[in-house]
Design a protein around this ligand. Structure first.
Ligand code: F6P
Length: 364
């Protein structure tokens, strides 16, 4: 198929590096004489074009992507509630219902004369990309998430930046925790994978690291804190993933705007640890600070590699694959494979063994 025009969409939670992908795709496509158009806010720029004052799409040229590689977020905007196959439609009577409006998306592609779509996102976006591909659209997926929980790629951009910020946060908590002989609990995003809490906890010399993959025993955590209290270092740092849960317990959720998101496990540990240790306990939730900011150099590089590889994949006639990091190269995995399972921390991996060898409590 001869490609003349491609579209880019960014879906799901934002992550540092998205603009690097947009820049690389645009420059590589324009170098090949292709046109490039960005769809605003996931697919909403097509599904609800009339709601965008400056139009639901943005022409992408070397000029429009100049100087965006180091910017966090996405110049196109994104959404994690915009699945065209399961879309919340407001009805005239003020109620709403979920409908499949993918025919509207397909018509939009035809109107825009799109030959191929590059979909940048996490597991949710890759699942939608699979369904769009099933409609006959040529799709290339680019993996994005700070959680690093996408199978088919060693790493996703956004993750390194999040770990770097979380590590710096732990460094800061060491000084204030030591000054007050306190237990400082830092809760981190990651959904149902513990990559961020584990890697930042190790890099930041946390004393306890709690992740969803290893249900924790609070008695083991209290014992670790009290062993430290018995020595010179009468403070402890606990790095905990938002999806972590006690043995036999459930993950903690907070509901905002009728939507339940993971959150609150840090406070739960503080409340239930308090009776077992003499220290004052304080909890910090890094939350969306892990999603913001300028991408690290590793994430800038990875995003550029992924973007250019996506264009080369199209040029080589590939379709319905996701690019992924498979050191030292960027490879392609079938889109449906990329969404088959979540990439979680293997409990026998070397980082877990390293933590144990360093005497870090993993909740057991
Ligand atoms: O998937 C990325 C992520 O940041 C998760 O780590 C987190 O649980 C979720 O998104 C938060 O979603 P929202 O931005 O909708 O609050």
């Amino acid at each position: 198929m001869t490609i003349k025009k491609i579209a880019i969409t960014t879906g799901g939670g934002d992550a540092p590096g998205l603009n690097g992908v947009i820049r690389a795709v645009t420059l590589a496509a324009c170098k090949r004489g292709w046109e490039c158009v960005g769809i605003r806010h996931g697919f909403d720029g097509i599904l609800h074009a009339d709601e965008f004052e400056t139009g639901g799409t943005l022409e992408l040229t070397p000029d429009t992507v100049r100087g965006i590689g180091h910017l966090g977020g996405t110049i196109l905007g994104t959404t994690n509630r915009g699945n065209p196959f399961s879309y919340k439609v407001e009805l005239p009577d003020g109620t709403s219902e979920v409908q499949d409006i993918s025919d509207r998306l397909l018509q939009g592609f035809k109107n825009l004369k799109i030959d191929a779509l590059i979909a940048i996102g996490g597991d949710g976006t890759m699942e939608i990309a699979c369904q769009v591909a099933a409609l006959g659209v040529t799709v290339i997926g680019v993996p994005k998430t700070i959680d690093n929980d996408l199978d088919g790629t060693i790493a996703t951009f956004g993750f390194d930046t999040a770990v770097g910020f979380a590590t710096e946060a732990i460094d800061r908590l060491h000084t204030t925790g030591a000054s007050h002989n306190r237990v400082m609990i830092v809760e981190m995003m990651g959904r149902h994978a513990g990559w961020i809490a584990l890697e930042a906890g190790l890099a930041g010399s946390a004393d306890v690291i709690l992740i969803p993959e290893i249900p924790f025993d609070l008695k083991a955590v209290a014992a670790k804190v009290n062993r430290r209290n018995a020595r010179r270092r009468k403070f402890s740092i606990i790095s905990i993933a938002e999806g972590a849960a006690p043995i036999g317990g459930e993950a903690s959720y907070k509901t905002t705007g009728g939507i339940a998101n993971l959150g609150g496990i840090g406070e739960w540990v503080a409340e239930n640890l308090r009776p077992a240790v003499p220290n004052q306990i304080r909890t910090v939730v890094l939350g969306h600070l892990l999603r913001g900011g300028s991408p690290s150099s590793r994430d800038r590089l990875l995003s550029l590699r992924f973007g250019a590889a996506a264009v080369r994949a199209l040029e080589d006639g590939k379709k319905n694959v996701m690019v992924g990091l498979n050191p030292p190269t960027v490879h392609h995995v079938p889109l449906e494979e990329a969404t088959r399972k979540m990439k979680v921390v293997p409990v026998d991996c070397d980082m877990i063994k390293t933590a144990a060898d360093l005497g870090i409590c993993l909740g057991r």
